[in-house]
Ligand binder design. Structure first.
Ligand code: PLP
Length: 327
């Protein structure tokens, strides 16, 4: 078999390692989405995870695996928000210095959240790629260790612990709906699912306005993307032209990739709030949007959708709700 750089044992080890820092999140049955889709549907609530997204899992697994010397010097992350937040939080818990590099496009409320967690925030450039150049500079000059957001076996194993929890809480699950950007989450969850039962259907959900993993798989190799804006901003960003892990894993372990429009994402957000009184962010809601809007979606009878994060811009949520509630 192809060497993917990760084993099921790595995921179990990750689980033991991160246990004290990370919540086993609740798997909530959704009568609303069940009757809407004619299947039984559950939501894996990583929007209620510490730091507001699943990214804490990969970050915790990576930081806890550093050498004593690396911990002493500190860590570095560049991120549209949730990864930076997760690294900042975990580093703070472990008493490790954390520097977070962001582009100037990242909204202020996300920056403030990271500073509140004790991270040093450096804003530079107009895109994630430009912010990453600054990050590489700091890595060289200050000897900080870069914590990657997705293309790293320790990160993938950390995100894969969601797959272990899902299979424990719902052993009969037959379809998984998972948000997909750089692919750390999708690769980890799909890897675990396919190891346990290759018959489990794995569906990745990306943005219509920008779907670099989807385009890369069609092209047979990682491709570049243009930067755009989206309500699902945590799903923006490329997969890296030097991608080594998530690209082959997603290519081989994911059965289908669907693309969601901005309108469908907005509907999902407002509907989840109305039906479940749950707040998620655009990137987190794509599974709900797919169940609401994608007719003809091939699903089994027991479906779990990962709601990957809850760090929604409050003003934008209020705006979307007032538009839609008044219709
Ligand atoms: C990072 C993130 C994603 C995408 O995860 P990848 O591992 O990059 O595919 C999805 N949802 C939220 C909330 C995120 O923060």
């Amino acid at each position: 078999m192809h060497d993917y750089g990760i084993t099921l044992q790595d995921v179990y080890q990750a689980r033991g390692r991160i246990q004290g820092l990370v919540r086993h999140t609740y798997l909530q049955h959704s009568p609303w989405l069940s009757s809407h889709s004619g299947r039984r549907v559950w939501l894996k609530l990583e929007n209620l995870q510490l730091t507001g997204s699943f990214k804490i899992r990969g970050a915790a697994n990576t930081l806890l695996s550093l050498s004593a010397e690396q911990k002493e010097r500190g860590v570095l992350a560049f991120s549209t928000g949730n990864h930076g937040r997760a690294v900042a939080y975990v580093a703070h818990q472990l008493g490790i210095r954390a520097v977070v590099c962001l582009s100037k496009r990242v909204p202020d409320y996300r920056v403030q959240a990271m500073e509140a967690l004790g991270a040093e925030v450096v804003r530079s450039g107009e895109s994630q790629d430009e912010a990453s150049i600054k990050a590489a500079e700091l890595e060289r000059e200050e000897g900080l260790t870069m914590i990657k957001p997705f293309d790293d076996p320790l990160v993938i194993a950390g995100q894969g612990t969601i797959g272990l929890e899902l299979l424990e809480d719902l052993p009969e699950v037959d379809t998984l709906l998972v948000p997909l950007s750089g692919g750390g989450l999708m690769a980890g969850v799909a890897y675990v699912a396919k190891q346990v039962n290759p018959g489990i259907r794995t569906i990745g959900l990306s943005l219509e306005v920008s779907a670099p993993m989807h385009e890369s798989i069609q092209a047979g190799e990682p491709v570049e993307i243009d930067e755009v804006d989206s309500i699902g901003d945590a799903l923006l960003g490329g997969i890296g032209l030097d991608n080594a892990y998530t690209f082959p894993l997603v290519r081989d372990m994911v059965d289908e990739i669907l693309l969601l429009s901005e309108e469908e994402i907005a509907d999902g957000l407002v509907s989840l709030f109305r039906e479940h009184r749950l707040v998620a962010e655009g990137a987190g809601i794509v599974g709900v949007s797919a169940l609401m809007h994608k007719q003809g979606l091939e699903l089994g009878s027991r479906v779990a959708a990962v709601v990957s994060g809850g760090n929604m811009d409050p003003e934008l949520l209020v705006q979307l709700c007032s538009q839609r509630f008044n219709q």
